[in-house]
Design a protein around this ligand. Structure first.
Ligand code: NAG
Ligand code: NAG
Ligand code: NAG
Ligand code: NAG
Ligand code: NAG
Ligand code: NAG
Ligand code: NAG
Ligand code: NAG
Ligand code: NAG
Ligand code: NAG
Ligand code: NAG
Length: 627
C-alpha cells in the first residue's frame, strides 16, 4: 500500500542531476541589481552613534493540548481474538545485591525461572540508577524555553515544508531506558555486549528514561515536537520470548502509559518493535554476539535473526511478539516500524530472510487483520555511497554496488516486489532465494521508505582485484561491501564534510542527492527516521558550551535546507524528519559520543536543551505551510 502515486517520469529524470555546477552556485538576481557594488567606491561619513541592535526574545511554541483523538484501529478488546489465549503475569525486579530468592524453582515461567535468565550471565559491576518508580513530571519553566541566538548563516531560501511534514525525535529503549532488570524485563543481546569489550560502559542505567519518561515527554512536547519515536523491548513484553509464554503485565502497562502520556501532551507516538534488542535467550553463548571480522558476516553485531530458540524460529517468535504489541496499541499509534537498521545485525542469508518475512507478515497482519489505518515501515541504513569520481564508470559501479547491497537487499522485495540485487546474491552465498509467491507477498509491504542518512561515504572499486573477486572470497578484508570507502573528496586532502566525534561528517548536499536516489529508485515517500551528529569533543566541554552546539545546528539546518530543495526543485516526496536523538544517550558502550539535542547530567539525570533543539524545530516550524 503506497501513500501516493509518484510523479511523472519526465520530471523524475530531470531531477537526477543534482551535482553542483562547475560554474558555482546559481545566480542571485537580487544581487545583480547591485552590480555596481563590484566597481563602486564606498562613501564614508560620520553619523550620531547609538546602539540600534534590539534583541527579539522568543520562546518555543509548545504542543497544543489535544482537542480530538484519532483512532487508527479498533481497541484491544475488539482485537484480542487475533492473539488468542494470552496469559498475563508479572515478575518484578532482579537485584543481584539482594539475598531474597524465589521459592518456586521448577515452576515454568515462575519467579525462579525468570531470575535464572539473569543469573546465566555474570554481569560485571551491575548497578542501579537513582530512581525505582515513575517520576511525576513538572512543567518546563519558560526561562528554559527562550530561543538561543540564531545561527548567523542560517539558509534563507524561501521554500516551505508541506503542512503535514512530520517533525519528530527518536531514541531506542536500550540507549535510554536503563532499568534493564526491572519490571519483568529479561536480558537482551546488547546488554551483554560491553562484557565482551573491556572498558565499555554498560547500559544498566543510561538515561533512566524507564522512570523519567514523563519528564522526557513533557520536555519534548514543550519544544513543539509532534512525533515521539521510541522502541519497545521484546523481552519486557514477553520475558520468556516465545509464543504461549506469559505476557508481562507491568511491561504492557508501562508502554500503554507512555502512549497515553504522549497523546495527552498533544503528540503522536511512533513505535519501533526491534531496535538492537534481541532477547538473549536466542544465544547459547554470549560470545556469539560479536561478529568477528573476516568470518563472512554481514553486520557488526549479531542480532540473531537466523537463530531458533527451543525449535521456534526467530521469525515466528518475532511475529508473535509484534502481534501482541500491535493488537494492544494500534488503536492509538499511527506508525509502527518492524526493524531498525536490520542489516547491521545480520549474520547471513538466513538472517536477512527472517527479517524480510517477519516484516511482511506483520505488515499483512496490521492492514488485513487489525485493519489498521496507520502506517508500517522498516528502517534501513546506508551511509550513502557517492562515487569518488562521478565521471568514472568504475567508481559509479562501486557506489551502486555499495548502496544496493545495503538498501535493495530489503527494498527490492519490500517496495518493488522484485528479487534481491546481484550485489547481495554474489556476496552472501547462503542467501535464501525468493520465489514468485514470496515476491507477490512481499511486494508493497511498507507504507513509506525509512532511512537514516547520517553521512556520506566516498566509494571506489577495491584497490586489488575486482568487486566480483572480493564478493566470492569469504576472507577478503573489504567484505561485505567489497569497495574502497573513504571520507576524502576525490584526489584532494579534504574531508567530505565537517567531522564529528565518530563516523558522521556533515554532508548536506549529498543528502539531497541521496533523497533523489531513494525516491527515484524505490518510488516511495521518504521519512528520515534518524539523523544527527556527535559534535567532536562535546563531552569534554563545560555545560554552557555543550549547550551552544552550533555545529549540530548547522548539520540540521543544512540537511533540512537541502531536503527542501529536493522537494521543490527535484520533485522528491520527503515527508518527515526525526532527530537522533532527543537527548545524549548510550552509544553502545560509550557515553561520550553525544548525538543528543539535550544534555543529560550523568550524576543527576538532569536534562538541558541544547541550541540545536531550538534551531531544528524553528527551521521547520518557521517554514511550515499553514492548513
Ligand atoms: C540593491 O538591490 C536591491 C534589490 O533589488 C534594491 O532594493 C536596492 O535598492 C539596491 N541598492 C542599490 C544601492 O542599488
Ligand atoms: C547477602 O549475603 C551476603 C553474604 O552472605 C552478605 O554479605 C550481604 O550483606 C547480604 N545482603 C543483604 C542485602 O542481606
Ligand atoms: C513473582 O513474585 C511476585 C511477588 O511475590 C508475585 O507477585 C508474582 O506473581 C510472581 N510471579 C510469578 C510469575 O510467579
Ligand atoms: C568495574 O568497576 C571497577 C571499579 O570502578 C572498574 O575498575 C572495572 O574496570 C569495572 N569492570 C568493568 C568490566 O567495567
Ligand atoms: C562460550 O564461547 C567461548 C568462545 O568460544 C568459550 O571460550 C566459552 O567456553 C563458551 N562458554 C560456554 C558457557 O559455553
Ligand atoms: C527440537 O527439534 C529436534 C528435532 O525435531 C528435537 O530432537 C528436539 O528435542 C527439539 N528441541 C526442543 C527444545 O524442543
Ligand atoms: C508490486 O505492486 C505494485 C502495486 O500493486 C504493482 O504496481 C507492481 O507491478 C508490483 N510489482 C511486481 C514486480 O509485480
Ligand atoms: C515459495 O517459497 C516459500 C518459502 O519461502 C514456500 O513456502 C512456497 O511453497 C514456495 N512456493 C512455490 C510456488 O514454490
Ligand atoms: C593491495 O595490494 C597491495 C600490494 O600487494 C597491498 O600492500 C595492500 O595491502 C592490498 N590492499 C588490500 C586492501 O588488500
Ligand atoms: C581471499 O582474500 C585473502 C585475503 O585478502 C587472500 O589472502 C586470498 O588470496 C584471497 N583468495 C582468493 C581465492 O583470491
Ligand atoms: C552534573 O551535576 C552535578 C551536580 O549538580 C554538577 O556538579 C556537575 O558539574 C554536572 N555535570 C555537568 C557536566 O554539568
Amino acid at each position: 500500500m503506497k501513500l501516493v502515486s509518484f510523479i511523472a517520469a519526465g520530471s523524475v529524470a530531470a531531477a537526477q542531476q543534482v551535482y553542483i555546477s562547475a560554474n558555482g552556485p546559481s545566480s542571485r538576481p537580487q544581487c545583480a541589481a547591485n552590480g555596481s557594488y563590484a566597481t563602486a567606491t564606498p562613501v564614508y561619513l560620520f553619523r550620531d552613534f547609538s546602539f540600534t541592535q534590539t534583541e527579539t526574545i522568543r520562546t518555543a511554541t509548545s504542543r497544543p493540548a489535544p482537542t480530538t483523538t484519532t483512532s487508527f484501529a479498533p481497541p484491544y478488546a475488539s482485537l484480542s481474538s487475533l492473539v488468542p489465549s494470552l496469559i498475563t503475569t508479572q515478575w518484578g525486579n532482579w537485584d543481584p545485591s539482594s539475598n531474597a530468592s524465589a521459592t518456586d524453582a521448577g515452576v515454568p515461567y515462575g519467579n525462579a525461572s525468570w531470575t535464572g535468565l539473569w543469573t546465566t550471565v555474570s554481569w560485571t559491576n551491575f548497578t542501579r540508577g537513582i530512581y525505582s518508580t515513575t517520576v511525576e513530571p513538572t512543567a518546563v519553566p519558560t526561562s528554559e524555553l527562550v530561543l538561543p541566538p540564531p545561527e548567523y548563516l542560517a539558509p534563507r531560501e524561501c521554500y516551505a515544508f508541506p503542512e503535514d511534514f512530520m517533525l519528530g525525535v527518536a531514541a531506542s529503549a536500550v540507549q535510554i531506558e536503563g532499568a534493564i532488570a526491572d519490571e519483568g524485563r529479561t536480558p537482551v543481546h546488547i546488554d551483554a555486549l560491553p562484557l565482551l569489550s573491556p572498558g565499555a560502559s554498560p547500559d544498566y542505567i543510561t538515561n533512566e528514561n524507564y522512570y523519567l519518561y514523563k519528564q522526557d515527554i513533557e520536555r519534548i512536547a514543550s519544544m513543539g515536537i509532534k512525533y515521539y519515536r521510541f522502541s519497545i523491548p521484546w523481552s519486557r513484553i514477553l520475558p520468556f520470548v516465545l509464543p504461549g509464554t506469559p505476557v508481562n503485565k507491568q511491561g504492557l502497562d508501562h508502554y500503554d502509559d507512555i502512549i497515553n502520556f504522549v497523546l495527552e501532551k498533544g503528540m503522536l507516538p511512533a513505535i519501533v518493535l526491534h531496535h538492537t534488542d534481541t532477547p538473549l535467550q536466542f544465544y547459547s553463548n554470549i560470545s556469539e554476539i560479536g561478529l568477528a571480522p573476516g568470518t563472512g558476516g554481514i553486520g557488526y553485531i549479531d542480532s540473531g535473526y537466523q537463530y531458533s530458540y527451543k525449535n521456534v524460529s526467530y521469525e515466528d517468535a518475532f511475529v508473535n511478539y509484534g502481534k501482541i504489541v500491535m493488537t494492544h496499541f494500534a488503536d492509538r499509534v499511527p506508525i509502527f516500524w518492524t526493524f531498525n537498521e536490520p542489516l547491521l545485525g545480520s549474520k547471513n542469508g538466513k538472517s536477512i530472510n527472517a527479517v524480510i518475512k517477519a516484516h511482511a507478515r506483520l505488515y499483512h497482519f496490521y492492514h488485513e487483520e487489525i485493519k489498521g489505518t496507520g502506517k508500517i515501515s522498516i528502517t534501513l541504513n546506508d551511509n550513502f555511497g557517492v562515487p569518488r569520481d562521478p565521471e568514472n564508470p568504475a567508481d559509479v559501479d562501486a557506489a551502486n554496488h555499495f548502496n544496493s547491497f545495503q538498501l535493495a537487499t530489503f527494498a527490492n522485495p519490500i517496495f518493488l516486489g522484485i528479487d534481491y540485487p546481484d550485489s547481495y546474491k554474489m556476496t552472501v552465498a547462503d542467501y535464501v532465494p525468493l520465489n514468485a509467491t514470496d515476491l507477490v507477498y512481499l511486494n508493497g509491504t511498507a507504507d513509506f521508505f525509512s532511512i537514516q542518512p547520517y553521512t556520506a561515504t566516498v566509494v571506489s572499486p577495491p584497490p586489488n582485484g575486482s568487486i566480483v573477486e572480493c564478493a566470492a572470497n569469504i576472507t577478503h578484508p573489504l567484505r561485505p561491501y567489497c569497495v574502497t570507502q573513504t571520507t576524502t573528496v576525490h584526489d584532494t586532502q579534504w574531508n567530505i564534510g565537517y567531522p564529528s566525534q565518530t563516523y558522521v561528517y556533515t554532508t548536506p548536499t549529498y543528502f539531497r542527492t541521496y533523497l533523489n536516489y531513494l525516491w527515484n529508485t524505490f518510488k516511495a515517500p521518504i521519512v528520515v527516521t534518524e539523523f544527527g551528529t556527535p559534535v567532536f569533543g562535546e563531552a569534554e566541554k563545560e555545560l554552557k558550551d555543550q549547550l551552544f552546539d552550533s555545529p549540530r545546528s548547522q548539520y540540521y539546518q543544512y540537511y533540512l535546507n537541502e531536503g527542501l530543495k529536493a522537494i521543490w526543485e527535484d520533485g522528491v516526496q520527503w515527508i518527515g524528519a526525526f532527530a537522533w536523538s532527543f537527548a545524549d544517550n548510550w552509544e553502545f558502550g560509550d557515553f561520550d559520543a553525544h548525538f543528543g539535542i539535550q544534555t543529560v547530567n550523568r550524576t543527576t539525570q538532569e536534562r538541558r536543551y541544547k541550541k540545536s533543539f531550538f534551531d531544528f524545530v524553528d527551521f521547520i516550524e518557521s517554514r511550515r505551510q499553514k492548513e
